[in-house]
Write a protein that binds this ligand. Structure first.
Ligand SMILES: CC(C)(COP(=O)(O)OP(=O)(O)OC[C@H]1O[C@@H](n2cnc3c(N)ncnc32)[C@H](O)[C@@H]1OP(=O)(O)O)[C@@H](O)C(=O)NCCC(=O)NCCS
Length: 401
């Protein structure tokens, strides 16, 4: 039993938490000027501190992140970030105590799901977070990339300055909507932290304007691999938001028209993004990696299961184990019409982090079963569970934090 206690930090304590977090990732404290920009991105009442006597030894914070798109609907979401334990206090249960308290606070706030991005992939499974969406890295040699002819959108793409971007981009994002499972709202602190940072690092934001107004944008940066500027010039797509598939294609075509660029890359793009189909030669799109994107926690399993739509298949009963929130333990009957608790015996049983990996459709139950990660009590249940939980689109958030 660790001899520390967990408290909600007030605004006079948050800077110390920020410094502790940065230190845990080997980064120096934020100078005054930087802190002035960052302090507003801590939401009051959502930063936890772990104390040994009166000394801060660990921290975790979260944002009320709005909504998470799930198949057929959306659910309230919390976003966890700035998690760190002081180096001389690790492996004594500090993070475990912070996570336990934070999950309780999400329950109290009615946030039935929580998400994070993990610095190391071995940390969060034990707390019930599972990988619920992945993204692929892509690399395209611009000199080999012949775009197929396109009628275009008839719209116009223009570069905008930072202030205009800060006004327009959130509006365009919201109007475009959460169009695939895994997409989330973008909370004010997200915009405040990410868009200015892109501009400060010489990023550009180009807005597409169609007949009904601004309906998409792309954020990109171009860097040379050599300080002399004679190396490979690489354009990285940092963010791409489009109201329609036509606008999506037009924004990609735009980045391939940017001059003095040898290579175009994108990180954590959707697994099923149809980029290859823009080119005469599909092989120009090289997939460089596939990485975990969304780490998802089903905080309230019955509410989360009830909130999503299911495919057409005979019902299946799923047993769920949750070490941190035992009220989620139990069996749930899932049918094309919904999901609810049941007293029936489970056909399949698994831990709550793995349930999160199936929840948005990222991984079929049969894949987990093949790896021995699901208890299969009735083999005929696997194809039924795959059909019920499967989705036509790959889940993807597209919002990194
Ligand atoms: C990750 C971190 C917060 C863990 O804090 P901690 O207080 O040491 O964690 P705990 O003592 O509560 O560990 C709980 C369990 O997780 C395991 N664990 C914790 N961090 C781990 C890591 N980085 N890799 C693998 N296992 C880890 C512990 O071994 C322990 O396992 P057990 O339950 O089987 O005994 C801390 O190491 C840290 O600050 N790291 C640097 C910053 C960072 O990576 N933050 C996360 C940003 S997403």
């Amino acid at each position: 039993m660790a001899d520390h206690d967990i408290r909600v930090l007030d605004e006079t304590q948050v800077r110390a938490a920020h410094t502790l977090f940065r230190g845990s990732l080997h980064t120096a404290p934020a100078p005054d000027e930087k802190w002035e920009q960052v302090k507003g991105t801590y939401e009051p009442g959502r930063t936890l501190g772990a104390f040994q006597d009166d000394e801060l030894v660990g921290t975790a914070q979260s944002w009320a992140a709005g909504r998470l798109a799930v198949p057929g609907g959306d659910v309230p979401l919390a976003a966890v970030s700035r998690v760190g334990v002081r180096t001389d206090w690790t492996r004594r249960g500090v993070l475990s105590a912070l996570m336990r308290r934070q999950l309780r606070s999400f329950q109290e706030a009615g946030e039935i799901t929580a998400t994070l991005r993990a610095s190391e992939s071995t940390i969060y499974g034990r707390f019930g977070y599972g990988v619920a969406s992945r993204g692929r890295g892509v690399k395209i040699d611009r000199y080999r990339a012949a775009l197929l002819p396109s009628p275009g959108t008839g719209g116009r793409i223009r570069l905008v300055d930072k202030d205009t971007a800060l006004t327009l981009a959130p509006r365009i994002y919201e109007a475009a909507g959460l169009t695939r499972p895994g997409a989330t709202s973008r909370w004010p602190a997200w915009w405040q932290l990410n868009l200015p940072r892109a501009f400060d690092e010489n990023g550009k934001l180009a807005v597409h304007r169609g007949p009904d107004g601004d309906d998409g944008f792309v954020v990109y940066e171009v860097k040379s691999s050599s300080p002399s500027g004679h190396g490979n010039w690489v354009l990285t797509v940092l963010d791409l938001v489009a109201a329609t598939p036509q606008v999506w294609a037009e924004l990609w075509r735009f980045v391939f028209r940017v001059d003095v660029v040898d290579e175009v890359v994108g990180d954590l793009r959707p697994l099923d993004e149809p980029l290859e189909w823009l080119f005469a030669d599909r092989r120009v799109v090289k997939v460089t990696e596939v990485e975990d994107e969304t780490w998802l926690r089903l905080v309230d399993v019955p509410a989360a299961l009830a909130a999503r739509a299911y495919g057409r298949a005979e019902p299946v009963v799923i047993g769920v184990r949750d070490r941190y929130l035992p009220e989620n333990d139990g069996t749930y009957r899932v049918t094309p019409d919904g999901a609810e608790r049941t007293d029936r015996p489970a056909d399949l049983a698994l831990d709550v982090d793995l349930l999160a990996s199936t929840y948005l459709g990222d991984v079929p139950f049969s894949t987990l079963a093949a790896a021995g990660r699901v208890d299969v009590l009735d083999h005929t249940a696997l194809p039924r569970a795959d059909a019920l939980f499967g989705t036509s689109q790959s889940p993807w958030a597209g919002t990194f934090f």
